[in-house]
Design a protein around this ligand. Sequence first.
Ligand code: ADP
Ligand code: C5P
Ligand code: MG
Length: 198
Amino acid sequence: MVDTPSLKPQVFFVLGGPGSGKGTQCAKMVEKYGFAHLSAGDLLREERDSGSETAALINQCIVEGKIVPVEITCQLLKKGMEKQGWAAKRFLIDGFPRNQDNYDGWSKVIGDSVDVPFILFMDADEDTMIARIIERSKTSGRNDDNIESLKKRFATFRNETMPIVELYETMGKCRKINGLRGIEEVFADLETVFAGFI
Ligand code: ADP
Ligand code: C5P
Ligand code: MG
């Protein structure tokens, strides 16, 4: 039997705690390999700043480190993918699926219309992530880059996101990256993991 290559878009989810380096590494993949990159957090901040009817809810979730209902996030991701051109694309989707609700909503709305060959899990300890976010807070202008919100974001990450990482692990689809090293060293690991897709 001939193995026909899939014509579906490929989606690689990128998960990891706040400050683990998701955005940084995705930007490098875009620059060097032309991947399309969507950050669920960036899309939610954009939607909040547009002043739409969901803005207040989104902002409340962001400050509290809670996860926005998937109906909102999934629509933003779908629109973002359509805008980039859906067909035959390699997408990095950063910060999604963040909990079971995200996972189920995606499965329902997008599901089998894309392939998810694997996800990346950017692994870093909380002390390192805190130091990075405190540094980032000097210029990010984000209202959740403060120690109070950060503690809540870590709790959400541990309680809601890690089970999703583990779910992909059990499917043999999780590629764990040591995010503690320098940006270039981490990127070299991504290049190894993505061999065959770049
Ligand atoms: P995330 O998107 O996972 O929250 P970012 O990519 O925004 O994380 O990185 C958080 C902060 O840490 C940024 O200021 C970034 O410049 C810095 N950073 C990212 N990766 C590294 C790294 N490997 N070593 C040191 N600092 C890093
Ligand atoms: O990934 P990022 O750090 O930019 O996410 C910021 C915040 O956006 C999260 O703490 C959360 O409140 C919200 N978010 C969400 N659902 C996602 C991604 C982000 O609710 N899938
Ligand atoms: Mg980010």
